[in-house]
Design a protein around this ligand. Sequence first.
Ligand SMILES: *[C@@H]1O[C@H](CO)[C@@H](O)[C@H](O)[C@H]1NC(C)=O
Ligand SMILES: *[C@@H]1O[C@H](CO)[C@@H](O)[C@H](O)[C@H]1NC(C)=O
Ligand SMILES: *[C@@H]1O[C@H](CO)[C@@H](O)[C@H](O)[C@H]1NC(C)=O
Ligand SMILES: *[C@@H]1O[C@H](CO)[C@@H](O)[C@H](O)[C@H]1NC(C)=O
Length: 356
Amino acid sequence: MAKLCISTCLTMLAFVIFHLKKLNAVSSYSFSFESFDKNPNFESNFALYGDAKVVGNGSSLQLTHSVSPSAGRVMYKQPIKLVEGNPGNLASFSTYFSFLMSPDSGDGLAFVMVPGGFNASVFDSNPFGLYLGPEKSSPKFVAVEFDTMRDARYGDLNDNHVGIDVGGFVSVKVRNVSSNNIVLNSGKRLHSWIDYEAGSKRLEVRLSHSGDIKPIDPLLSHPIELLKMWSDEKVFIGLSSSNRNSSQTCSLHSWNFNLRRVLHWMHSQPLDPQAFAKHEKPMVVQKKSDCILKVLAAMIFGTAFGALGAFMVLYLWTIFGSRRPVVPEECSVHPADFEYNKVKVVVDKAIEDGKH
Ligand SMILES: *[C@@H]1O[C@H](CO)[C@@H](O)[C@H](O)[C@H]1NC(C)=O
Ligand SMILES: *[C@@H]1O[C@H](CO)[C@@H](O)[C@H](O)[C@H]1NC(C)=O
Ligand SMILES: *[C@@H]1O[C@H](CO)[C@@H](O)[C@H](O)[C@H]1NC(C)=O
Ligand SMILES: *[C@@H]1O[C@H](CO)[C@@H](O)[C@H](O)[C@H]1NC(C)=O
């Protein structure tokens, strides 16, 4: 009977812990490719479009070849979600890729984040071969462009810039990388890091020459609420390139992506006080639901442990309580000695613990 109670109780506890774990689930979504062919996961996880193909025994992924016009892209098949669960665990992400562009005047390369409806197999004359519909814009489009062509239609600064594009091809933030002594299409390998922190709601772009470590200072930093843009919609990520009418080749040598889910109530406050003031209302609402959840979780935990404790006491009492009269007098430990030893042990242990 007591055993049954214990097992029921343990099952209950396991159930509670499982659900708490689910509540706190920090699921991750990541991939990492140093070579493209040899990895059996590559083909099942990535889709290649246009002229994109694996070359050099899988050492690189060529997006455009030297015949004009050429365009290609690679998309990760699994979509990401920037918010998941209830309350939403928001996502931060980091991606790194190394690439090489030949010294010709093509469009360059773009890291893209597109909504589910985006048809990746369509290429057109837009920058990076991206088709965003007849309006050439999409409210749910975000890209980081490594642009090697000055296109006056989109207000390009020069033919060697990095920009963050939101909603279309006109950059919201742009950097002349010549001033960083970087030439995007030098024919040498470059490394780029793109990071988004859900807490500070900031998209940061870093770029360095091959062999250099990740720079501390971002090349570009842009405050953007990606969660507001996509909510719980699926978002696809990819890299796209087009050489227009040049013979520019663009290839990728490695690419990794890492998505981290952060507990809703663990988010830091936004660093930008103005952004905080602007969105004060939804933040307060979120906090309230967090609080209720925390209280609920604590209550469930408390109840479960209370119940477990009660069952334990009951169990021990039924075992030892019913046995006591059977134990022969001479075998029983003197209660006073027993108590003393127990206390001593506990105290010693406490001292020991304190030392550590
Ligand atoms: C590709 O790899 C195989 C075996 O490792 C090698 O024999 C071959 O020469 C390589 N080809 C190229 C183009 O590197
Ligand atoms: C995407 O575009 C291609 C080429 O225009 C077309 O054949 C295909 O049906 C489209 N796919 C979707 C899902 O719309
Ligand atoms: C970009 O930077 C280079 C080097 O500092 C400079 O010569 C050039 O004028 C800059 N271009 C623009 C459009 O600011
Ligand atoms: C490539 O296209 C640009 C405009 O898109 C044009 O100015 C240039 O002359 C073209 N180059 C060639 C080689 O056709």
